[in-house]
Ligand binder design. Structure first.
Ligand SMILES: C[S@@+](CC[C@H](N)C(=O)[O-])C[C@H]1O[C@@H](n2cnc3c(N)ncnc32)[C@H](O)[C@@H]1O
Length: 290
């Protein structure tokens, strides 16, 4: 297995008429590489993974919302006789294809992540899915997800980046690009600056012995560090422009360039002072510089 995968044919596994189905070759590739004895797919759709596992003689458990298994609510491990060697998902790419009530059934099912109202809700529920997969995986085993970028109403979302950020950095094993072939979008005509999406990502993590609580704390502290770094860089940009400036000039410029950040933080002036004291020079009384 290498970090770019390309399978022009989808193979005979699963159902080609199931919208958003994947090529069974990617499942085969993971099995040949990691040699699992138990493979779990927590949203199997048309059953591509199951067909590959049966053919390769690998024990398999396949779950999906339409079978009554909701990865945002039901723990995956409860369906297994032992933790998985590989716990895989190929979830909806938000609402690119809507599943319950459209691909199957007549009614929307609560929990269907293709029916999340916003990208933020989709990301939050997908974190539950990934943590649920992790809990169902044995120590040293692999949890993995296949996810694509999505563009809708002019907004481009690279969900793989959100997924990587909300899982433990120390467990990320690989980010693999899988080329897409025969996309519906191939035939469309686009405006000049448009770049069609012709790949998706297979994200692979290797589970360590750390507890769910410990890895969750790591993820939260990483995010906090990122917020602090962003504040520091905003102030750096302000001082690059102003060279030397008083606190009130700095506040005014921060308000101009970082309105969004300020709206979320009623103590932003204290945050600015804290960052100035920690990382910048007080060149004269009340005047700051890089
Ligand atoms: C992209 S399809 C999977 C296609 C599959 N890999 C195949 O080759 O046929 C995504 C699947 O996620 C399922 N799904 C959506 N929300 C879910 C949830 N909360 N729990 C479990 N499955 C869910 C949908 O029912 C759908 O079958």
């Amino acid at each position: 297995m290498k970090s770019v995968l390309s399978f022009p044919q989808r193979g005979h596994w699963g159902k080609s008429n199931w919208r958003g189905n994947t090529s069974g070759y990617i499942i085969k590739e993971m099995i040949e590489h990691f040699k699992p004895s138990l493979f779990v797919d927590a949203c199997e759709g048309s059953g591509t993974s199951g067909d590959v596992c049966r053919e390769m003689g690998i024990a398999y458990v396949g779950l999906d919302l339409y079978k009554g298994n909701d990865f945002t609510k039901d723990s995956i491990i409860q369906y297994l006789s032992r933790p998985a060697d590989i716990c895989f998902t190929h979830p909806p790419y938000h609402n690119m294809v809507v599943y319950s009530g459209e691909v199957y059934g007549t009614e929307a099912i609560l929990g269907d992540t293709s029916r999340c109202a916003t990208p933020e809700e989709f990301i939050a529920r997908s974190q539950t899915m990934l943590l649920n997969q992790r809990e169902a995986t044995k120590e040293g085993g692999i949890y993995a997800t296949l996810i694509g970028d999505h563009r809708k109403n002019g907004e481009f979302r690279s969900y793989q980046s959100d997924f990587i950020q909300m899982m433990p950095k120390s467990e990320l094993l690989s980010v693999t690009i899988k080329l897409q072939h025969n996309c519906l979008s191939d035939a469309r005509q686009y405006h000049e600056n448009f770049i069609p999406i012709v790949h998706e990502y297979l994200l692979l993590w290797e589970k360590t012995s750390r507890s769910l609580f410990a890895v969750s704390m790591d993820i939260a502290s990483e995010l906090q560090k990122r917020v602090a770094t962003t504040w520091r860089n905003v102030i750096r940009m302000v001082l690059m422009k102003l060279k030397e400036a008083t606190l009130s000039d700095i506040y005014a410029e921060v308000e101009r360039v970082a309105g969004d950040m300020i709206a979320k933080n009623s103590h932003w002036q204290a945050k600015v002072r804290q960052q100035l004291q920690r990382h910048f020079s007080n060149v004269q009384r009340g005047v700051w510089a890089l």
